[in-house]
Design a protein around this ligand. Structure first.
Ligand code: NDP
Length: 328
């Protein structure tokens, strides 16, 4: 096939517009592996790219989509052969390199990770960048010596993609989990994923004191801004927070008090340019430490034609859990 279905973002006089169209294979960018894409997913960043709410897209026209799973069609890379099942997360796909919302993708073989044995392609995209980032955050806390014996862990943006997967992983690993959410109506959903306590995110929305009552041994924060500042002020002595998101804002109105008076560590989590060995470790752990039943419970499936509407929903904070996009 010389053309295939793809969502393409074009630049317009008033900004940009995204639509489903036929894309000519000869316009794919350089890469040593061509993949028949089977599933993708919708992350917050995809929402930003498609709605144009933040300058995620750095090249036009752009095929958005930061994650895919598919089958290698052809490869000149030594690690990959036709028929291999591969996962791609990030590396600028959907930003600077043509991305995942397309029936075909051409990428660098070095960017790809093998689909773990026993994990379906659908499950891999139910996890997607949001879930793989949640796992990177858990691994970072473990490296800081955080164990279930040290105390409970707070997860912010709990009903979103990163939050939902983080709760499920932490719960399976034996942690007591506090879920911070603005959606009280999702309390049952969050408890089902493994949350032991639900708090209203309004509790973390006031300007943060330098230090507040010590509540949690650690945190995974997808929200940023005042929420992260409050979490830092409430972490127990010697604890750690893995910061991965900005759903509430990019600023961080905090003080040095938690760091210098309580030895709290703030760990940054980037998934996009993460070295390959960290990715492989995260996917290996996801295959082991994420309950597949809970993953299915948090996942909804849509088609390529539904992606632009879903993009608006995720930016409005109305998506619960994870969305898988059927491509192939
Ligand atoms: P979702 O939209 O699925 O989840 C975000 C959640 O944050 C929402 O569901 C909501 O949770 C909460 N939220 C939204 N708006 C606000 C607000 N104004 N104030 C407080 N809480 C808010 O997104 P993802 O889970 O996919 O991504 C979460 C964040 O992590 C994003 O900022 C994303 O860009 C970032 N991210 C970063 C990565 C990295 O490499 N560092 C990789 C993946 C994601 P609730 O309704 O429960 O309150």
């Amino acid at each position: 096939m010389s053309t295939f279905k793809a969502i393409v973002i074009e630049k317009t006089d008033s900004g940009q517009k995204a639509g489903l169209t036929d894309f000519d294979e000869k316009n794919l960018m350089d890469g040593d592996v061509t993949v028949r894409v089977e599933w993708s997913t919708l992350n917050y960043k995809d929402g930003l790219a498609i709605t144009g709410k933040a300058p995620v897209v750095r090249r036009f026209p752009m095929i958005p989509g930061i994650d895919f799973v598919g089958t290698v069609e052809s490869s000149s890379h030594p690690a990959w052969r036709a028929g291999d099942k591969v996962i791609l997360n990030g590396w600028g796909c959907g930003e600077t390199h043509l991305g995942a919302y397309a029936q075909k993708a051409r990428v660098k073989g070095d960017w790809l990770v093998r689909l773990p044995a026993g994990m379906s392609a659908h499950e891999a995209m139910a996890i997607g960048t949001a879930g793989y980032t949640a796992m990177l955050a858990v691994l970072a806390l473990e490296r800081e010596g955080v164990t279930p014996q040290r105390g409970p862990v707070v997860v912010t943006g709990a009903a979103g993609g990163v939050g939902s997967v983080a709760i499920a992983i932490l719960s399976k690993c034996g942690f007591q989990v506090t879920a911070s959410t603005g959606r009280r109506e999702e309390a049952g959903y969050l408890q089902n994923l493994g949350a032991n306590e639900i708090i209203d995110r309004a509790e973390l929305a006031q300007p943060a004191k330098p230090l507040a009552k010590e509540r949690w041994a650690a945190g995974i924060d997808a929200v940023g801004s005042t929420t992260l500042a409050n979490v830092l002020s409430m972490i127990r002595y010697g604890g750690a927070v893995a910061a991965c998101g900005l759903a509430g804002g990019m600023d961080l109105p905090t003080s040095v008090a938690p760091f210098i008076l309580r030895s709290v560590s703030l760990i940054g989590i980037d998934s996009v340019m993460r070295p390959k060995q960290d990715r492989e470790r995260a996917w290996e752990r996801l295959a082991k430490d994420l309950d597949r039943g809970k993953l299915a419970d948090m996942t909804k499936e849509i088609g390529l034609g539904d992606v632009t509407d879903a993009a608006r929903e995720i930016i409005a904070g109305r998506v619960r859990g994870r969305i898988v996009v059927k491509i192939g």
